[in-house]
Design a protein. Structure first.
Length: 670
């Protein structure tokens, strides 16, 4: 069979062509295109589907032993300088291509049901196709400069999708927040890319790594400068993959439609940062200080995300902070020099977290039929409960996702998370301890979400809870004492096949895909790094594996047990145990470590204060100088006009007086 790698350029081009055609149609024939909702959706889904087929073909060929393919062309040249663009296909890229196209395809099918009655249906599908194209282009980019181009396109699409419902203030503000925070990271990334090019003369990953090492060894570049450049580049992944302290945009981005939460914030955009760090391992590996910083940042992030998730009552925000925590695990693996483990967790996490987000969308879609389209009510777990009876497919798949992310064998999350913890135990035992404790917290908060949402009695019709939640959000209830002033269903029901089918499909890899990464025979590692896979198999020891794996499973079971006791059996009142005894800790977590307040105080209010001071300088100093100049000109003109008499004798007198004054001045000076 002929190699499909030379056709890899079509993978991002097909969705891009579809998005451009539909986008031009929306601009030119808006009403007509909006009437063709289903045909447009089928067309764009087909474009992404064709990319998925090509991606799976390339992945199959990589599994069969095909080598890496890189096709480049001169994009710009000046003298001896040549800037090359093109595309690159290798095992790492093949895995990401298959992953992104799969999630994108399922999300688009799901969106047909979720966005069925939205006026922006066609625009939404166009944005989805454009985002998919940008992410796929980023994956096949052969150098840092091309990655940066697609990196910014992904950010632009994220802004459009998070702020899709731009008429809602919360969505518009969330889109701006995501844009600004990511610009901070991207500015560091751009500086780092330019600095690395200055130091090495290349944008290629391997060339930068080898030349940077040679420059440091030869003394032409100080070691501290090389470390600084590496950390500047890392700022990009810090923002895109929501690492502390640039994580604050991700939970707010839940204001976008739920399919976006699954596509961007579970499997693709946030994975771009982890993917870039994996690509840059040749650059980072020679500098242990950089690796340590990455590992520490990842550890802080995983603890932060899990601790804040403990107190969340908004279903989507609970999953968002869970995503922050899991991204921290991936970065911890990268910092431990284990990119294969980090990428394996990226793949397993993408499937079960996408399923969890789509499941939450199914729940919210059903809740909106009961409480109305008010996010404060439709997304709050205090109004849920007992949904398993009404939504068995959603509940069953959500439970699978909870078990998978909790690290219970043999589901996918156990194998990938256990591999990361094993690597951390050998590299940084203190960081392993943080990851180990967080594994128990993860199991607790995920089953807390499950029990509050799907078990117990349905609370959606409780007008007292509705009024309390609306009052807390500063919103007035409807006139009848309930927010449900219109005609609404009395109870929720299961979503249609377009929304249920992707959940069932995603449940399969959530259960089984982890078996590809068993440490004694990791076929995933064999694909990405055969040497590491052989070393893992050769050094595998049941005596080392069982204690660490057993401990991680045990701590997860403890977390699940606490959730069962507190939220299923109601034998433990955590409100009294934690909130009453440790109010400061509870407030600290409920207020998200006060990081949003700190950012508001330092940057938002601080920048406004600085702007007011600059405005004052402008009005009093700059405008004052200009106004003074005008007054001097006006005054001098008013005074000098009396000397313009038109009489020659008067002018001669002035000249004579001037001469006398000069003579007197020179005599004094002499």
């Amino acid at each position: 069979m002929d190699s499909a790698a030379p056709l890899a350029w079509l993978i991002p081009v097909l969705p891009l062509a579809g998005a451009c055609l539909v986008g031009l149609g929306l601009i030119s024939f808006n009403r007509t295109i909006n009437r063709l909702r289903k045909p447009i959706a089928v067309f764009l889904i087909s474009c992404v589907g064709a990319s998925a087929v090509l991606s799976y073909t390339i992945l199959a060929q990589q599994l069969a032993g095909a080598g890496a393919t890189e096709l480049l062309f001169n994009w710009a040249s000046a003298g001896t300088f040549n800037l090359e663009m093109g595309f690159r296909v290798d095992p790492l890229g093949a895995v990401m291509l298959a992953l992104v196209t799969t999630i994108a395809l399922l999300v688009m099918v799901y969106s047909d049901g979720y966005m069925a009655h939205d006026q922006g249906y066609v625009r939404f599908f166009t944005y989805l196709a454009l985002f998919s194209s940008s992410m796929l282009g980023l994956i096949i980019s052969p150098n840092l400069l091309e990655i940066y181009v697609f990196w910014e396109l992904v950010g632009m699409c994220s802004y459009l999708l998070v702020g899709f419902w731009y008429d809602r203030d919360a969505a518009a503000n969330a889109a701006q927040k995501a844009f600004v925070v990511n610009r901070v990271g991207d500015f560091g990334l751009l500086l780092g890319i330019l600095g690395l090019f200055w130091a090495t003369g290349s944008f290629g990953f391997e060339e930068i790594g080898s030349r940077l090492q040679e420059a440091v060894a030869g003394g032409s570049l100080p070691n501290a400068a090389a470390i600084l450049l590496c950390l500047l580049v890392f700022m990009g992944p810090m923002a895109k993959s929501a690492q502390f302290p640039l994580h604050v945009w991700l939970p707010d981005a839940m204001e976008g439609p739920t399919p976006i939460s699954a596509l961007i914030h579970a499997a693709t955009m946030v994975a771009a940062g982890v993917f870039l760090v994996a690509r840059l391992q040749p650059v980072y590996a020679p500098f242990p200080q950089v690796q340590l910083v990455i590992a520490v940042v990842g550890t802080i992030t995983l603890v932060l995300g899990a601790s804040i998730a403990l107190t969340q009552m908004d279903l989507k925000k609970g999953l968002a902070y869970s995503t922050v925590s899991q991204l921290g695990y991936m970065m911890l693996a990268m910092g431990c020099g284990a990119p294969v483990a980090g990428m394996f967790h990226l793949v397993t996490h993408a499937f079960f977290k996408a399923m969890l987000f789509l499941g939450s969308g199914s729940v919210i879609h059903a809740m909106e039929e009961v409480v109305g389209h008010e996010p404060v009510l439709a997304q709050d777990m205090r109004l849920m409960g007992g949904l398993r009876k009404f939504m068995p497919v959603t509940a069953g798949t959500f439970l699978i996702g909870c078990v998978a992310i909790s690290g219970i064998p043999p589901l996918a999350g156990f194998w990938s998370k256990d591999e990361i913890l094993g690597q951390a135990f050998g590299s940084f035992p203190i960081l392993w301890l943080a990851g180990f404790i967080t594994a128990g917290m993860t199991a607790f908060y995920m089953f807390r979400l499950y029990f509050l949402t799907f078990e117990g009695q349905f609370r959606g019709n409780d007008s007292a809870i509705q009024a309390t939640l609306l009052a807390a959000a500063g919103k007035a209830p409807a006139g009848d004492g309930s927010h449900r002033a219109g005609q609404h269903a009395s109870q929720p029901h299961e979503s249609g096949w377009q929304m249920a089918m992707p959940l069932v499909v995603l449940a399969v890899p959530s259960v089984l895909i982890g078996l590809l990464g068993t440490p004694w025979n990791s076929r995933f590692a064999s694909l990405l790094d055969p040497e590491e896979a052989a070393e893992m198999a050769a050094h595998f020891s049941w005596g080392e594996f069982l204690p660490l794996a057993g401990a991680s499973v045990a701590v997860s079971l403890v977390g699940i047990g606490l959730a069962v006791a507190a939220y299923a059996l109601h034998k433990l009142d955590l409100g009294q145990v934690v909130a009453a005894r440790f109010p400061a800790l509870n407030a600290f977590l409920a207020n998200k470590w006060y990081l949003d307040d700190i950012n508001d105080k330092l940057f938002v209010q601080g920048s406004r204060k600085l702007a007011r001071q600059v405005l004052e300088v402008d009005s009093k100093v700059v405008d004052g100088v200009v106004n003074l100049t005008g007054l001097i000109t006006l005054g001098s003109g008013e005074g000098l006009k009396y000397f313009e008499t038109g009489r020659a004798q008067f002018y001669a007198l002035i000249v004579f007086g001037g001469v006398i004054a000069l003579v007197a001045l020179f005599s004094v000076l002499g």
